[in-house]
Write a protein that binds this ligand. Structure first.
Ligand SMILES: [Zn+2]
Length: 343
């Protein structure tokens, strides 16, 4: 799965511009599934199985990014955020700009320390004040390179390995979920249910793609496969973020939208206990994921998440453990076998 994850991380895919990720997902899922379609909003929907119960597994294909809103006369690019990108992590970073003429490199520049006032050194620079330098001579020059308001940009993507099976890159949220779905669909061939594996668009903009896909599929249960906040780092209170890397996948009990459905919680916890799979619970009232919205679609569709603990979310240096990701696929594989007993 490491090679697949690397390929997914190093391909662009900010919210609203998921084309490259969609192509990988479509191609990979076509190898293992009965059918694969792309709906009007750009969600990939792959289907496999012969059972009556419909199980929808959804992983978002987009990552947080930037959208160019203005080119200054001197040729610098001003931008707005796409999703909840951490503005403190943007300063002095390399970015990729997806111009009409192809990918280019840019940098988010900053005033050198030598000429900063003392107070400036202690301040966070607001996103409004940041700009991308692509080396353009002026606005006309940038326009000639295919840059315009609406041009997408993303953090510079590079997948690297740390010690102990941990990996880093930007957009692990949620290329990890995409990789897990692709891997799972290779392994299963269910008779007790039909699985709909969905790669959704624009999750980071407010669960946009998942809403229509959930309505369209009308499943019996939805599982959001995503990353979640690991708090095992200095300066984080354990009570605020108790999840730890290496301790297995996470079942969110409560998020910014909903409380986990009791049948879904029972299904996943009993699966984990019976199969001796490590797992963790979390509550993060400020967060939300594609499955969180299912309870308010149609007459209400039961749902839960199953997440990979990930440090430094929504920055360019997200970190997760490949072991947790593999455990998550094992967990889903076991859960597929019994889903018809709970819904
Ligand atoms: Zn996510």
């Amino acid at each position: 799965m490491k090679e697949l994850l690397k390929r997914l991380v190093e391909s662009p895919g900010v919210s609203g511009n998921e084309n490259d990720i969609r192509n990988i997902m479509k191609k990979e899922l076509e190898k293992s599934c009965d059918s694969v379609e792309v709906n009007r909003m750009g969600n990939v929907i792959a289907k496999k199985g012969k059972g009556k119960i419909k199980l929808m597994l959804v992983a978002h294909m987009d990552e947080v990014g930037l959208l160019v809103k203005h080119i200054t006369e001197k040729g610098y690019l001003k931008f707005d955020p796409l999703g909840g990108i951490d503005q403190r992590s943007l300063l002095a970073q390399k970015v990729r700009v997806y111009s009409g003429n192809g990918q280019m490199v840019g940098v988010i520049g900053s005033k050198p320390i030598h000429i900063q006032e003392k107070e400036e050194q202690e301040q966070v620079i607001k996103m409004k004040k940041l700009f991308i330098d692509i080396g353009a001579k002026d606005r006309k020059d940038a326009e000639k390179m295919g840059i315009a308001p609406g041009t997408f940009a993303g953090l510079y993507r590079e997948f690297s390995e740390l010690a102990n099976g941990m990996v880093t890159g930007n957009g692990l949220d949620n290329r990890a979920g995409c990789a897990a779905l692709i891997e799972l669909m290779k392994r299963v061939n269910p008779k007790n249910c039909t699985i709909y594996a969905v790669g959704s668009v624009q999750e980071e903009k407010g669960l946009i793609g998942a809403r229509g896909a959930t309505f369209q599929i009308n499943p019996d249960v939805v599982v959001g496969v995503d990353t979640t906040i690991a708090g095992d780092m200095p300066e984080v209170d354990e009570a605020d973020a108790p999840v730890k890397i290496g301790e297995g996948p996470v079942i969110p009990l409560l998020d910014g939208y909903a409380v986990v459905h009791p049948a879904a919680k029972k299904w996943l916890t009993e699966t984990a206990e019976k199969n001796k799979i490590k797992y963790q619970f979390e509550t993060t009232p400020g967060a939300g994921m594609d499955s969180s919205i299912a309870p308010v679609i149609r007459d209400g569709i039961p749902s839960t998440g199953l997440c990979v603990p990930t440090r430094y979310l929504h920055t360019g240096v997200e970190v997760l453990s490949l072991k947790d990701l593999e455990t998550l696929v094992d967990f889903l594989e076991a859960a597929v076998k019994t889903v018809d007993r709970y819904f």
